[in-house]
Design a binder for this molecule. Sequence first.
Ligand code: AMP
Ligand code: MN
Ligand code: MN
Ligand code: MN
Length: 281
Amino acid sequence: MRLDLHVHTTASDGSLSPREVVDLAIDGRLDAVAITDHDTVAGIPLAIDAANRTSLRIIPGIEVSSNDDGSEYHILGYFVDPRADSILAHERRALGGREQRMDEMVARLRRQGLLVEMVDVLEAAGPDRSAIVRPHLARALVSKGYAKSVPDAFDRLIGDDHPAYVPTSLATPEEAIQLILNAGGVPVWAHPRLDAVHRRLQAFVGAGLKGLEVYRPRGTPSHTRKLERAARTAGLLMTGGSDWHDPDRGLELGSFYVTEEDVGGLLEAGGMSTVNPEGEK
Ligand code: AMP
Ligand code: MN
Ligand code: MN
Ligand code: MN
């Protein structure tokens, strides 16, 4: 099995709809894809519907934004029930909180003389968006002529170190972990940095963290090995995914994948059996 456990759609900041993502995943010879949009599960029913009667399996997921002490932590929730109260409450909180935060970013840019408005951001986000995410603002800045490209907008105007940047503050990491557990999901720390792992892993495990995202297309072998070791020492599951957003960002969906040998623990935790009674895969 080829799996990609970290994929975005137009429900957040991905540029393709769940249906288009399903088509690309099949073209890319993937067997399973986890849809993990930022702070929303709105894309999941659409992806499941599109994958119905194909060989592709959809793993329901979410990527919950959280922060604490000025640092941001993304917690992936696998096999969440998209109708769980804790997820719906977080989605509502994120919808309002992200809109307010984007209003503030737009206001700061306007004070810098960049005449961008909330309607431009919403237009860039498109009609299917549930969460309003910074790349939507980046696209608005490109279409207004204030940036050459999305990366250029981040580099010069809206990256974490710029005055226009306002963090999302939707939950603490512990709350993010808990809301995923409350939805029957498996909480996994997305793209963890090693320094943050050293500082926070114990506390996160105490809060119920079950895994680390270890395998990534941009991960160096040494970084991957260190994360494997940290996960093993803490008794955590290991997962992997491409964090795919966009066909134009250089990486084709399906060119990076993990196998059930890599992530069998997660599949088991989610009740997704990969081995039939004869023991064949
Ligand atoms: P937000 O949660 O609204 O602050 O947006 C975070 C998202 O912005 C990430 O998930 C990435 O998709 C995107 N992002 C962050 N930094 C960059 C960057 N330097 N270039 C392009 N996209 C970025
Ligand atoms: Mn993103
Ligand atoms: Mn992330
Ligand atoms: Mn992501």
